[in-house]
Design a protein around this ligand. Structure first.
Ligand code: AMP
Ligand code: GLY
Length: 412
């Protein structure tokens, strides 16, 4: 079986690591991959949807899995299906649940999915007039994809007005700011739940806590994720029931009523408040760094689950009764300015953890930093403390210039 994995982060490295022990998989290709995937298969420097399609036809790829959102929103699944290529993910129209916050908010409101109160605007002056009558904080979101930067929590009217101006008039995120969503601020803690869809039903994985802020103690700017733990100890069985009744079930009913029968992943970004669990967003893909902690605990073969979904069969997900911790090692300065090109040393001293590269590339026999989030260190244990200890001990061994990581991942 030949598999093509689209993406180049630690999430894609985690997928590759999961497939590594499956003897049915004879070759893995990565577009465009990184230092981990270089060792587990073949990196392919093809990024356009048409280029990937031609590659999959030429190499007779049996199954394609897409990591990031952009190719899904661009329509990679439609294109592959039109050429009878097997691919796991939503079509362009369904990927709009992630690609357009206006579309997803409307979907949530239409189908009574528990979410923050919000209004969608496509006229600048109307948005300004509205926020002038509101209390703060207030959340302002560019509707389209903005690389995770299109959400601002405005603490004052001045900040709200200037954000709306930047999104809608200056268009700092281009067309992503043509429409905006203005939403009530919810106070609580966040959790991520990823489910597999077989076209008829959704099969949720264990809840994950993703650490989004750059600094320990949740200080500093938002990032693409500084670490994760699974299962999230904050998200109780009671929260799960609330999620299933008020978010998961009505989402499925909504998909059915709109005749959307996609086969792929659906990611629920949740905020748990004193009034229960709310849906902040859908992503139509696996999360990063959530994937790094879900897959090591999943007992099923990933390939079996994906094929069961693609063929419309029931899925019986099984997770180990253990904890997983993922710590992201960064280039100092990330998510703002940082330098790369430094050699990553002492990898052979890592004893207890899996090292999954992201912003790291091969150069001869060396591995050099090449991005903001350099690698994920992942370990499992009987307790969170055991997994956390392994990860931090191994992180301490790994050396490169300007290394930075949070010291509180998995600390409760
Ligand atoms: P989103 O892309 O919509 O999930 O927003 C990105 C991040 O902004 C979330 O992970 C939250 O940390 C924060 N956020 C989004 N919406 C809200 C809200 N209504 N209340 C509080 N924080 C929010
Ligand atoms: N960890 C959140 C995401 O993948 O978007």
């Amino acid at each position: 079986m030949k598999i093509l994995i689209v993406g180049n982060g630690a999430r894609e490295s985690a997928i590759a690591a999961k497939f590594k022990n499956d003897s049915r998989i004879t070759k893995m290709y990565f577009a465009k991959g990184n230092a981990t995937t270089y060792e587990l298969g073949q990196n392919v420097f093809e990024e356009s949807v048409s280029g990937l399609r031609d590659f999959a036809i030429k190499e007779r790829i049996d199954l394609t899995i897409v990591g990031p959102e952009a190719p899904l929103v661009e329509g990679i699944v439609d294109e592959f299906k039109a050429h009878n290529l097997k691919i796991f993910g939503p079509r362009k129209r369904t990927a709009e649940l992630e690609g357009s916050k206006a579309f997803s908010k409307k979907f949530m409101q239409t189908h009574n999915i528990k979410t923050a109160r919000a209004l969608v605007f496509d006229a600048y002056q109307e948005a300004i007039d509205y926020v002038r009558q509101q209390k703060f904080p207030l959340v302002i979101k560019a509707s389209g994809l903005a690389g995770g930067k299109g959400v601002v929590i405005a603490d004052s009217l001045t900040e709200a007005e200037s954000t709306i101006h930047k999104f809608m008039i200056e268009r700092i995120y281009g067309d992503a700011g043509i429409q905006i969503v203005v939403e009530e601020y919810l106070r609580g803690f966040e959790a991520s739940i990823i489910a597999f869809s077989n076209g008829e039903k959704l099969f949720p994985c264990i809840p994950v806590k993703d650490y989004k802020k750059a600094g320990s103690g949740d200080k500093g700017p938002n990032t693409g994720g500084m670490g994760a733990v699974a299962p999230s100890p904050e998200f109780t069985a009671e929260h799960m029931v609330d999620f299933e009744n008020n978010i998961l079930a009505p989402t499925l009913a909504g998909l059915h009523s709109q005749n959307i029968k996609f086969k792929g992943f659906i990611f629920f970004g949740l905020m748990v408040t004193a009034n229960g669990t709310y849906l902040l967003e859908y992503n139509m893909r696996l999360g990063d760094p959530e994937t790094q902690v879900i897959l090591p605990l999943m007992e099923n073969h990933l390939y079996d689950v994906i094929m069961d979904c693609l063929e419309g069969r029931e899925v019986n997900l099984q997770f180990k009764d253990e904890k997983a911790v993922c710590l992201v090692l960064c280039s100092g300065g990330y998510p703002r300015n940082f330098e790369t090109g430094f050699e990553i040393k002492n990898l052979e001293k890592v004893k207890h953890s899996q090292v999954l590269f992201a912003g790291a590339r091969r150069s001869g026999d060396k591995i050099l930093t090449s991005g903001g989030r350099v690698l994920s260190v992942v370990a499992t244990g009987k307790s969170m403390e055991e997994a956390r200890k392994k990860v931090y001990e191994d992180a301490l061994s790994i050396k490169y210039d300007y290394q930075y990581y949070r010291d509180d991942i998995g600390k409760f």
